[in-house]
Design a protein around this ligand. Structure first.
Ligand code: DX5
Ligand code: ZN
Length: 221
């Protein structure tokens, strides 16, 4: 099943509760929350207190994307604040397997993210333990960047690896997703689509979400 996860990075932060309501009313399955620390990526964005405040105004699934060094220091704070899914970057972690255990112990689903320059080999020993793999389709740090087409082969390969291993693991894509690139990543096997500027920058948010969701699609072999 395709799930749409609009990123509130492109929302108006002065009206964040209303901005979240707009996407949940429009049928988005997840609220994607981009956490940046100014070190792993250049930007600084949202911390766990903001997630805690948003938790009071919605029951939506919070999909927290940690773009931070030392992700193990943030897990409990985000879980207690109301995160449902916590994804961290394999490039930022020394003990990835332990962090996955930590996320599960905190009561959340665990995701592992890969930058465009990171090979699937980095997560080979981890895919059996995560609920989701996030393939970045831009270099993380900013909204509104151009989709990197070379990532389609990686997504396709991951889809087949997971299928061969009979693993029930979501494939999330993040960066430069719009109605056109959505089709490409869905064909390659992605089923959770993050979109920031293509949702919040659209005149009609519900229509933008429908366009990104698209129609049922046959996977490539
Ligand atoms: C980028 C973030 C993304 C970003 C996507 O580092 O992880 O979630 O908000 O924004 P768009 O859809 O505008 O590329
Ligand atoms: Zn993200």
């Amino acid at each position: 099943m395709i799930k749409i996860a609009p990123s509130i990075l492109s929302a108006d932060f002065s009206h964040l509760a209303d901005e979240v309501k707009k996407i949940t009313d429009a049928g988005a399955e997840y609220v994607h929350i981009d956490v940046m620390d100014g070190t792993f990526v250049p930007n600084i964005t949202i911390g766990s207190p903001v997630v805690k405040s948003l938790r009071k105004v919605t029951d939506a699934v919070f999909d927290v994307h940690l773009m931070v060094e030392h992700p193990e220091t943030q897990i409990e704070a985000f879980a207690e604040a109301g995160a449902d899914i916590i994804t961290f970057h394999v490039e930022a972690a020394k003990h990835s397997h332990r962090i996955i255990q930590q996320i599960h112990a905190a009561g959340c689903k665990a995701g592992i993210a890969l930058n465009p320059g990171t090979s699937l080999a980095m997560i080979e020993e981890l895919v059996g333990d995560v609920d989701m793999v996030l393939c970045m389709t831009v270099n993380p740090g900013y909204g509104g960047q151009k989709f990197i087409e070379s990532q389609l082969d990686k997504i396709h390969m991951l889809y087949h690896n997971l299928h061969d291993l009979e693993l029930d693991c979501d494939i999330e894509v993040d960066g430069g997703i719009n109605a056109e690139t959505s089709k490409l990543v869905r064909q390659a096997g992605a089923n959770v689509l993050v979109a920031g500027s293509a949702v919040y920058g659209a005149p009609d948010i519900a229509q933008a979400i429908r366009d990104i969701r698209g129609f049922d699609i046959e996977h490539e072999d």
